[in-house]
Design a protein around this ligand. Structure first.
Ligand SMILES: C[S@@+](CC[C@H](N)C(=O)[O-])C[C@H]1O[C@@H](n2cnc3c(N)ncnc32)[C@H](O)[C@@H]1O
Length: 233
């Protein structure tokens, strides 16, 4: 009989937070090899079939609303892990044209080109790893991610320093608590502030009804800007 079935409810609620933090620690410090994670995203199972990413327009609308506060319409924008380009297309519809992205999954990029041909015409999409492309992308007015950094293998944590060196404004909308063999929990405020960026806005997605009802209830949206003291630049 599993141990959880014999523990009294009160003891379970005492043990639960400890159990989850040990689990997060274990999954982060004893991950599967990096090629297992990359292979998964190059050809994901039905749970992450790229066609499913055409849904989720409310979360893209939220992203565009947030980004517009910080990035002028002629600003240069890079999305890491764009999948089928739903976010990029809403940015295109909002008037942004200097669009670039990196995506590991070639099928997702094919769907992007078929689904959003006007956006695909102007956007520059690199099919490959963030790890292989982030150093050569150049300096951007904005880099953003949505549910992507959580899938970055711990041995690739060096990319966070590269991101901070390449972005005037950085927007990350990421799950920071849940963990699995392909979800790595991190606190992005600590990470990017330690790299010299300043967090200028934080939104608990659970408090935003259209995000909470769109599956982002455990996510945090954070906006960072280059430190006014220019620590790294
Ligand atoms: C959970 S999906 C989120 C997709 C998109 N950002 C959205 O909000 O719809 C994660 C995306 O990141 C991509 N990805 C994961 N690891 C990657 C890596 N190391 N390099 C490039 N893309 C990666 C996946 O292929 C997938 O498209």
């Amino acid at each position: 009989m599993p141990i959880r079935d014999i523990l009294p409810e009160q003891l379970k609620s005492l043990v639960r937070p400890w159990y989850y933090s040990v689990r997060r620690y274990w999954l982060y410090h004893k991950p599967k090899p990096i090629h297992v994670i990359h292979n998964y995203w190059q050809k994901p199972d039905t749970v992450n079939d790229p066609h499913t990413y055409l849904r989720g327009q409310p979360r893209s609308a939220f992203l565009v609303g947030l980004l517009k506060k910080y990035v002028p319409v002629n600003g240069s924008i890079l999305e890491l892990g764009c999948n089928v380009g739903r976010n990029l297309n809403q940015l295109y519809q909002a008037g942004y044209r200097d669009l670039e992205a990196i995506e590991i999954n070639p099928e997702a990029v094919q769907i992007l080109k078929r689904s959003f041909p006007d956006m695909a015409e102007v956007a520059s999409i690199h099919v490959g790893l963030i790890e292989d492309n982030i150093r050569s992308v150049g300096y951007k007015d904005c880099i953003f991610t949505m549910a992507v950094l959580v899938h970055i293998h711990p041995s690739s944590d060096w990319i966070f320093a590269e991101i901070s060196k390449h972005a005037k404004t950085l927007i990350v909308i990421e799950g920071e608590k849940g963990a699995s063999w392909r979800h790595f929990a991190r606190n992005y405020q600590k990470i990017f502030e330690n790299l010299g960026m300043c967090q200028v806005e934080e939104i608990d997605c659970a408090q935003v009804p259209e995000l909470a009802s769109d599956g982002l209830e455990h996510y945090v949206a954070r906006v960072f800007q280059t430190s006014p003291h220019g620590l790294l630049k």
